[in-house]
Design a protein around this ligand. Sequence first.
Ligand code: ZN
Ligand code: ZN
Length: 263
Amino acid sequence: MRKIDYHMHTHFSADSEASPREHILQAIQMGLDEICFTDHRDFEYPECPFELDADAYFQELQQLQQEFQDQITIKIGLEMGLDLDFVDEINAFVNAHPYDYVIGSIHVIHQTEFYDPALYFQNKTKEEAHREFFENTLACVKTFDCFNCLGHLDYICRYGPYDDKSVDHSLYQDIIDEIYRTLIQKGKGIEVNTSGYRDRQTCGFPTFEQVQRYYDFGGRIITVGTDSHTSDRVGEHVEEVIQKYQEIGFEDVSTFTKRVRDS
Ligand code: ZN
Ligand code: ZN
């Protein structure tokens, strides 16, 4: 199975100062076969503007693609914040440039982000907050076609005013299963986002039980990404995730060119 890192941020994202070149050097050092840059674009993010200068992004990354073409395969992707309030704007943004791969991620719901417990989680039980997150994810997956893989499926477990932030998937499994069925029917996949190892200690986003469930429904499109915002994290936990994928039964990870699956 190929070793890839298909989720990385650089100075083109508002929340990173990382150098794309340093990411590439670290990826080579880690023995990765292929990487994909996926800098952020979110519309109406309340705290900081997640804009992306796509022309400058392509210019810098295309030069690096050429420079390192004999050493590693480099793709130019995007992490697009899926937001039902900006459907036309999001589709237009993705279609304006030839991205190789697009992660669709839910970072806000109706311009309310999850970082500040006083906002999204206020006046909700934990179950209500998590249920709304998964219902919104399902609505986004049904509405949008411009992405290849759903980002960090149960990422809501990182936030909230709770000692135990974990998600009890069984409470929402009917919604999550419908997310899997919709993704599979639309030819889209999921990622395991290894930044979850920091929060959960033992696994990424989502849990491998959920990856197994996606597989059992017939899902075969899978990527792995570190969500690195600094170069030292590029490639982190990728080998462990790939080992788990093999145990589940996947034959390989998926890679993409111009938003079409390579394999
Ligand atoms: Zn994200
Ligand atoms: Zn990310």
